[in-house]
Design a binder for this molecule. Sequence first.
Ligand code: PRP
Length: 220
Amino acid sequence: MEINDLDYLTVALPKGKLFSPSAELLAKAGLSAEGLEESSRKLVIVNDRAKVKFIISKTADVPTYVEYGAADIGVIGKDVLMESGQDVYELLDLGFGRCHLMMAVPEAERRPHLEDYAHTRVATKFPRIAERFFGEHGMQMEYIKLNGSIELGPIVGLSESIVDIVETGTTLRENHLVEIVSIMDATARLISNRVSFRMKFERIHRLVEDLQEILRGDNK
Ligand code: PRP
């Protein structure tokens, strides 16, 4: 495919909270392009001098572009990566985008034990991770897949609980929900297509080393 020719590195970046820190970090490692902005209507942005192409995609689609090789590498949250189940290499923990996935319920309807929620409905963007978690606790649940504003589920009686991401906790507080159990921590990860990693090993390996050095410097 032309877009993925060997001289160029194609990078998938997610729209949303991870976009700016990803673009800033990659720019420090020499991967940038004029007009690379989240709001850009142009979906592929090329820098011929640096031999890099950026794809700006919906967050949940980044692992798909990378698995199928439409992008060589990408940046994605560990939560979305795990939920996707996509077959890619995870190369580096980038440290930003720190959040955690948890189960929350309306404050007024809190039950004493996790198991008290068995056989109830959970609204979530992460049904696979949720199912695995509840399965490990021997709980069968009914999963209702939502695509955003998950906190609305219990408020309008769609579900008894949610499994969702918490960053600052503001959304939970403002909607009178309380966390009852943490499921996993997540940060942004650099991922690679398996074939690209072999075919473009030197370039990707060098990028990983450069990023590691930049991240070490940032953390000093
Ligand atoms: C995420 C998540 C929570 C919120 C948590 O939603 O689903 O709703 O952020 O952040 P907080 O703890 O800092 O309040 P996002 O803003 O990505 O949009 P979405 O609801 O459309 O998924």
